[in-house]
Design a protein around this ligand. Structure first.
Ligand code: MN
Length: 191
């Protein structure tokens, strides 16, 4: 099985100025593509070849794990955004956010703080556990909450390549701006 890079559900300039067309072009077109190309190269003729990508992430180690996870994480990340979309969660997800974080604003603040506080490269995640409780976690490098039995709902990429062209060293500004393009309908569907 060969993994294909999905087309973005919007134009490369559709997320500007939050994420510029230049960043999307490099981040999706070069970084995400490279992880998917590496995944296809590394998985060929291994025992993992015909597994769903989520199972490869749960079972593989080393370079195959890193590239499988980075492929999945980037697809998940770019599909969390849209130029028009629901800018606030509603329904059961909204109730869970209010219950577990106090309010939507408190959740957003805690999520950005976790992203800013992650040393080096990685991802900040919102996930739910088996009981529906929401958790914010930090993951270094390629880490994915699937390996901890959690269901990922939303992630922000905190690798410098995700924001350096637009925000240079201002990671907090880069993460806060992403709230303007998160599509909460997508996040709710994952919940
Ligand atoms: Mn990235």
């Amino acid at each position: 099985m060969t993994y294909e890079q999905p087309n973005l559900p919007y134009d490369v300039d559709a997320l500007a100025p939050v994420i510029s067309a230049e960043t999307v072009t490099f981040h999706y077109g070069k970084h995400e593509k490279a992880y998917i190309d590496n995944l296809n190269r590394l998985i060929k003729d291994t025992e993992f070849e015909d597994l769903p990508l989520e199972e490869v992430i749960r079972q593989a180690k080393g370079a195959l794990y890193n590239n499988a996870s980075q492929a999945w994480n980037h697809i998940f990340y770019f599909f969390s955004f849209s130029p028009q979309g629901s800018r606030e969660p509603s329904g059961e997800l909204r109730k869970a956010i209010d219950r577990d974080f106090g309010s939507l604003d408190k959740f957003k603040e805690a999520f950005v703080d976790a992203g800013v506080g992650l040393f080096g490269s990685g991802w900040v995640w919102l996930s739910r556990d088996d009981e529906g409780k929401l958790l914010i976690t930090q993951g270094s490098n390629a880490q994915n909450p699937l390996t901890e039995g959690l269901t990922p709902l939303l992630t922000f990429d905190v690798w410098e390549h995700a924001y350096y062209l637009d925000y240079q060293n201002r990671r907090a500004d880069a993460l806060r701006a992403l709230w303007d393009i998160v599509d909460w309908d997508v996040v709710e569907a994952r919940y």
